[in-house]
Design a protein around this ligand. Structure first.
Ligand code: BES
Ligand code: MN
Ligand code: ZN
Length: 505
């Protein structure tokens, strides 16, 4: 889908040719003399429209207006949150087969982050999964113009929104693919395709290399499947080599049947989403490729299936992780922590500034936080605050959970350094405590996205979360780094690289 930003106020919007014109009407709207202003003012006065976020009025072939369909849409206080909420309320309009070209026009001043939110909300509303669906049902909306009073003032936020949308949609599409269309090898191919973007390199390791690295826990999960495992390694280099990278680790279980500790049949299909952590890492790299921020990022994805089989790992088996610590696998369905622990050990090689793992790790996290906030665990307060603030800014929320050592009590084993499960109580926390045992001397955070990565029921599908949170966090870091650089070398005579570049043309 193509997005354009344009300086466009209500008088010009009146004659804008498109299939759908949406006017975002904020509280305290000041009408002009043009036809649209008059319409809005009238509707407000008569009580047929309210400026409250999401309230709206549909018009068809309104006199003196070129667009066939017009929606007057309350935008509340005009904040990013309100604009998003408003556009969500009319989501169905962006999916109409007759709507190919839409214009979303801000009446009054537009905040930069509200413009970013508008781009995301329109993309979200019009997204249609395509990989295994008939072409005829694909998205029809193909051009969206965002109209604001001063385009120049919001250009950077707009570009950020567009880059973010690319990343979120990439994550959603891969998350939604059925497991037979998203095998570990296919996931690796997707990562390789990202390696064609500027600044991105991709390496893929197979079973032999993973065995050589001594990743006994990861291999134990993969051994019950006919599909060979993949360890995907992505690098984005936007800053000098001396700048320590942020390492993102994404759980890539392309199907979680539970292994020998097999899951019940009901809703087992949803375990195709167990690679949404991996999909979010791919999505972040897609966005980095678009936005080209001045920062270094490494993405690591352990990808495999968790299946029952004659060769599958059995409850009670003891394996040796890459760290040398032994693990008694008491429940083969607690496989996420097993693939992640070895990659957390591996992450230390990159001398990271921070490591963030992202995983659909526990059903217990769904019970604790539902679908609204992802679970955030961290061994470092500054990293936790930065991630949580990024979540707020991106409207991709998370909530910090505890890591008291007392929670690790249940991981004790009579036959190994630790068991892989610790009873039902506090299940998302004990899982995080397990991971923490493999974390080196670096700031680390763990995002449990079991509740936020996909929706069940009639709206079943991947959400693309937490790509927004992660990209906001990384762009914030890029900004910090460049501010630090500016202090180091004052008053550059030539313009330095900008934090966020738009796509080279
Ligand atoms: N992928 C699941 C977690 C999950 C379950 C996510 C339901 C979303 C919805 C994970 O591998 C798993 O099976 N976890 C177990 C852990 C338990 C055996 C300690 C769980 O949460 O039940
Ligand atoms: Mn499982
Ligand atoms: Zn799982």
């Amino acid at each position: 889908m193509n997005f354009d930003l344009k300086t466009l106020e209500l008088p010009a919007a009146t004659t804008e040719k498109c299939d759908l014109l949406v006017i975002l009407v904020p509280e305290g709207f000041k009408p002009g003399q043009d036809a649209l202003s008059v319409l809005v003012a009238h509707a407000l006065k008569c009580g047929d429209l309210e400026a409250k976020a999401g309230k709206h009025l549909h018009l068809y072939q309104a006199p003196a207006v070129s667009a066939r369909r017009v929606v007057l849409l309350g935008a509340g206080n005009g904040s990013a949150r309100a604009v998003r909420q408003a556009l969500q309320a009319i989501a169905a309009s962006f999916k109409l087969p007759q709507v190919k070209r839409a214009v979303v026009c801000f009446a009054g001043e537009a905040q930069p982050d509200s413009v970013c939110a508008a781009v995301q909300a329109v993309a979200d509303a019009s997204y249609v999964y395509t990989t295994t669906k008939p072409k005829a049902e694909a998205r029809t909306l193909n051009r969206v113009v965002v109209g604001v009073a001063h385009a120049q003032a919001v250009r950077e936020a707009f570009a950020q929104g567009v880059g973010l949308v690319e990343g979120v949609e990439f994550a959603r599409e891969w998350g939604n693919r059925p497991a037979n269309h998203a095998t570990p090898s296919l996931l690796a191919e997707a990562a390789r395709s990202l390696g064609r973007q500027p600044g991105i390199q991709c390496k893929v390791h197979g079973p032999a290399e993973v065995a050589r690295l001594g990743m006994g826990a990861f291999m134990a999960v993969a051994q019950g499947s006919e599909e060979p495992l993949r360890l995907i390694e992505l690098r984005y280099s936007g800053a000098s080599k001396t700048e320590a990278p942020v390492v993102l680790v994404g759980k890539g279980i392309t199907f979680d049947a539970g292994g020998i500790s097999i899951k019940p049949a009901a809703e087992m299909d949803e375990m195709k989403f167990d690679m949404c952590g991996a999909a979010s890492v791919l999505g972040v790299f897609r966005a980095l490729g678009e936005l080209q921020p001045a920062i270094n990022v490494v993405g690591l994805i352990p990808a495999c299936e968790n299946m029952p089989d004659g060769r599958a790992v059995k409850p009670g088996d003891v394996v040796t992780s890459m760290s040398g610590q032994t693990i008694e696998i008491l429940n083969t369905d607690a496989e996420g922590r097993l693939v992640l622990c070895d990659v957390l050990t591996y992450a230390a090689r990159f001398k990271p500034a921070a490591v963030v793992d992202i995983a659909t790790l526990t059903g217990a996290c769904v019970i604790a936080l539902g679908a609204v906030r992802s679970g955030l665990f961290a061994n470092n307060d500054a990293l936790a605050s930065a991630l949580s603030a990024a979540g707020d800014a991106a409207q991709d929320l998370c909530w910090r959970m505890p890591l008291d050592e007392d929670y690790a009590e249940g991981l004790k084993s009579n036959f190994a350094d630790m068991g892989n499960v610790a009873g039902r109580a506090g299940g998302s926390i004990t899982a995080a405590k397990f991971l923490q045992r493999f974390v080196g001397e670096f700031p680390w955070a763990h995002l449990d996205i079991a509740g936020s990565a996909w929706k069940g029921g009639a709206a079943k599908g991947a959400t693309g979360r937490p790509v927004g949170l992660l990209v906001h966090y990384l762009l914030g870091r890029a900004q910090q780094l460049s501010a630090k650089d500016a202090v180091k070398k004052p008053a550059p005579s030539v313009p330095t690289r900008r934090n966020v570049r738009t796509k080279p043309t």
